[in-house]
Design a protein around this ligand. Structure first.
Ligand SMILES: [Zn+2]
Length: 300
């Protein structure tokens, strides 16, 4: 009995050893699907739709759906794919599409929602800019929100649209679900990583005031417009950390700029060793350097 047990184990180990190289070859890293829809933990009706490296929030209510950014720039079928994902969850009508800000990489591709009868809402400066540019792939807003903001109530859900000043853009709407204590803010506040292309048209001084206003709001979790490490949502600590990162970056570049090092020398020498372990450090730091050179080296 004992011998057959041991020989059984030996045989199993032997099989495992023989199989190991094959297993190693057969197990490529898990492919991340292009599209994913996930319900936000702890909520009954709040979802995140992700297409590649962009994501949007949508809320399902008894009276219809509030969707946000179509996230279909350069993806002709992306808006329809987003609508199809919502249709897997509910057959309620799509009442609204809210634009987070005016950048095409987040808001292009909403025609399928327009055809489904949705009303498009954006900050007034987003509409002004979109009207001037006439991008053939981007639906113009039907309604605009002024700097005073707006509250949308639908089927028992309240969604606040707030304008808290210049930040990553001049048209960003901070979306807050007060009951769920959730925020959806796109591009200004990456979660757990060094900011990258979002720095290109970033307003550095005003953003610090913006971030402090965000911290003063009542919320627990932040849905970013680009997935954070491990797809986790942001916390107030993440937002505080991001503010400190920007302040440290600004102080470092201020010294270099006033020593006459902007642009080329400063961009080469700019380092923030405290943040070396943050995802995106190597690739994204040049965007941070360039933006703060613009501020301290040029005055912009
Ligand atoms: Zn943007």
């Amino acid at each position: 009995m004992a011998r057959s047990f041991i020989s059984g184990i030996t045989a199993a180990l032997l099989a495992l050893c023989l199989a190991a190289p094959a297993l190693a070859q057969q197990a490529p890293p898990a492919q991340r699907p292009q599209i994913a829809t996930t319900k936000v933990d702890g909520t009954e009706n709040v979802y995140i739709f992700r297409n590649g490296a962009h994501q949007a929030m949508f809320v399902v209510t008894d009276a219809g759906v509030i969707a946000t950014d179509p996230v279909a720039y350069g993806r002709p079928t992306g808006g329809q794919a987003y609508l199809d994902e919502i249709r897997k969850v509910t057959d309620k009508p799509i009442k609204y599409v809210i634009y987070s800000h005016h950048h095409f990489d987040h808001i292009a591709g909403g025609q399928a929602f327009k055809d489904a009868g949705a009303k498009f809402v954006a900050h007034q400066r987003a509409k002004a800019r979109l009207a001037a540019l006439k991008d053939p792939h981007t639906v113009l807003p039907d309604e605009v929100v002024s700097d005073k903001g707006r509250v949308i109530k639908l089927g028992g859900t309240t969604l606040e649209l707030k304008y808290l000043g210049l930040n990553h853009s001049d048209s960003t709407l901070v979306m807050r679900l007060p009951k769920e204590k959730l925020l959806f803010i796109v591009d200004t506040l990456p979660v757990g990583q060094v900011p990258g292309r979002g720095m290109i048209d970033f307003h550095p001084i005003e953003s610090e005031a913006f971030i402090k206003k965000v911290l003063a709001l009542d919320w627990e979790r932040l849905i970013p417009g680009h997935p954070g490490p491990g797809d986790r949502l942001g916390t107030k600590k993440d937002v505080q950390d991001q503010l400190e990162f920007l302040q440290d970056a600004s102080a470092e570049m201020k010294t270099m700029a006033q020593a006459g090092k902007c642009w080329d020398t400063a961009e080469k020498e700019f380092k923030l060793p405290k943040y070396e372990s943050w995802p995106g450090y190597a690739n994204n730091l040049p965007f941070v350097a360039r933006r703060y050179c613009g501020l301290w080296g040029r005055g912009t």
